[in-house]
Design a protein around this ligand. Structure first.
Ligand SMILES: NC(=O)c1ccc[n+]([C@@H]2O[C@H](COP(=O)([O-])OP(=O)(O)OC[C@H]3O[C@@H](n4cnc5c(N)ncnc54)[C@H](O)[C@@H]3O)[C@@H](O)[C@H]2O)c1
Ligand SMILES: O=P(O)(O)OC[C@H]1O[C@H](O[C@H]2[C@H](O)[C@@H](O)[C@@H](O)O[C@@H]2CO)[C@H](O)[C@@H](O)[C@@H]1O
Ligand SMILES: [Mn+2]
Length: 442
């Protein structure tokens, strides 16, 4: 059986250890000959990489492992690039979240002005990775889950329309695990669902079990009672209150259209006042992640390096991330797996912009994906999506053209921002904060 070579772009990511260990666990269906880490921050990456190197040597010595900051070394002889970079890292995420809050506006990683700022940083980084991959391994596929996936996906549509890149998100994966739990099933793979939306901005409108029984009535009842709160998923790593609150708030988001089940991210657009009222402008999600996930991962890695062994360490595979191997196997082995991808609409949602990058179920095989038609969407969702997709398109246009005007329009158009005046105040602060990352705007 063919063995695959993978480069993980963003090797210093807090998700890298869980994903690397998960890849080792999944070798029966996805055998690996080589794993490389690539990052533009060698110091950050080295801690993660040295610990993973010890783990791989102890648990899968047959796999060739290396790590580098050199693009040619990283991207030569690879079959897949698994990309999870964070341009500007958590320090910039903190600014993305705190600057809007200064003006009483939602400060969030991928939503609102914070997501727009993150998108303006990410586009260059992702395009650079695609170009490296195509230069050094022209037959490789990029499985991208670097955020903000919506803006990154629109940028790849505009700038690299023919590249072999699939843009994905794990929020629906997590929420489908929770829905399976709601109906007493063990896995999301026992569900047969239909979904439409933009990334972090979508709805389930059909949910069956694999025998064709309609599960919507039970799930709707559970949502009306508690939202996603109390429903368990494989990796309930979200122990911090901010995530618990998000899962509970889905109850109010659901109330807006009880015919569909909402993605949790709609909270930021439909209840921005609630989000701001419950935010601490001095201590946002970025601070929680730095205090918890980042601190924990780097402590564990340093301990492994110091001990010279991963035995007895709390290192564990990220079971939740197996969706990435589902996708890699679909491409590598033509499995025709059904997966949610962020792809050009082209009629999949019949009453929506054909050029929009929509998050819809696709059948994935060796030659890419086939979209599953979702039909016409209701006026409520259509109105919301038209506003949001325009934000995303104007952001990418602002990046391509270096247009201050279009970025101001993008922020003004966001449902999280009350006026063009506030939008401009936020934009001018973000420009100052992102001087070393954004293209110059005129
Ligand atoms: N799509 C999803 O559902 C999903 C889920 C979880 C995380 N993510 C995304 O995964 C990414 C990683 O998340 P994290 O919290 O581990 O971030 P992190 O900051 O811990 O790691 C990101 C790594 O990317 C590196 N990096 C930044 N710019 C780079 C560039 N231009 N080239 C190469 N490397 C670069 C950084 O140095 C860092 O080591 C983020 O974009 C995050 O939003 C997406
Ligand atoms: O605030 P963070 O950095 O903890 O999470 C932000 C990301 O949240 C979603 O991904 C979750 C995923 O839904 C969950 O099941 C688990 O795997 O953790 C992931 C990261 O926390 C969302 O899909 C991502 O786009 C966000 O970056
Ligand atoms: Mn996501």
């Amino acid at each position: 059986m063919k063995k695959y070579s993978i480069v993980v772009a963003g090797g210093g990511s807090t998700f890298t250890p869980g994903i690397a260990l998960m890849l080792l666990e999944e070798q029966d269906r996805f055998p690996i000959r080589k794993i490389k880490f690539y990052d533009n921050d060698g110091k950050r990456q080295e801690t993660i990489a040295k610990a993973c190197e010890i783990y791989i040597k102890e648990n899968a010595p047959e796999i060739e492992f290396s790590y580098t900051t050199d693009p040619e070394e990283a991207f030569t002889d690879v079959d897949f690039c698994m990309a999870h970079i964070r341009v500007g890292k958590y320090a910039m995420r903190e600014k993305d979240e705190k600057i809007p809050l200064k003006y009483g506006v939602v400060g969030q990683e991928t939503c609102g002005p914070g997501g727009i700022a993150y998108g303006m940083r990410s586009i260059g980084g992702i395009i650079e990775l695609i170009d490296y991959m195509e230069k050094y391994s022209p037959n490789a596929w990029m499985l991208n889950y670097s955020n903000p996936a919506a803006i990154v996906a629109e940028a790849t549509r505009r700038l690299r329309p023919d590249s072999k890149i699939l843009n994905i998100c794990d929020m629906p994966v997590d929420l489908e695990e929770k829905m399976a739990d709601m109906v007493g099933l063990k896995s999301r793979k026992q569900l047969d669902t239909q979904y439409y939306g933009l990334n972090h901005f979508g709805w389930w409108h059909k949910i069956y079990d694999n025998e064709g029984n309609d599960l919507m009535p039970i799930i709707r009842k559970k949502m009306a009672e508690n939202g996603f709160a109390g429903a368990i998923s494989q990796t309930d790593q979200h122990v911090e209150n901010s995530w618990m609150d998000t899962f509970a708030k889905a109850k109010d988001v659901y109330a807006l259209d009880p015919e569909t089940i909402p993605n949790t991210y709609l909270k930021y657009y439909l209840f921005p006042d609630y989000v701001v009222e419950h935010a601490n402008p001095e201590h946002t999600r970025a601070n929680e992640v730095m205090e918890h996930r980042e601190k924990h991962i780097f402590e564990v890695c340093n301990n492994i390096i110091e001990a010279g062994t991963a035995k007895g360490s709390p290192f564990e595979p990220d079971a939740h991330a197996t969706y990435i191997v589902d996708l890699a196997c679909a491409i590598a082995k033509n499995t025709k797996e059904k997966m949610l991808l962020i792809v050009p609409n082209e009629g999949t949602i019949e009453n929506f912009d054909r050029t929009a990058m929509v998050e819809v179920p696709c059948i994935v095989g060796s030659n890419g994906y086939e979209r599953i038609v979702q039909g016409a969407i209701p006026q409520f969702q259509k109105g919301l999506m038209e506003q949001q997709v325009s934000v995303e398109k104007l952001t990418v246009a602002a990046w391509i053209e270096g247009s201050y005007q279009k970025l101001w329009q993008a922020i003004t158009l966001s449902k999280t921002v009350p006026s063009a005046r506030v939008a401009k105040l936020i934009l001018d602060d973000l420009i100052e904060a992102n001087k070393e990352y954004w293209p110059e705007l005129k």
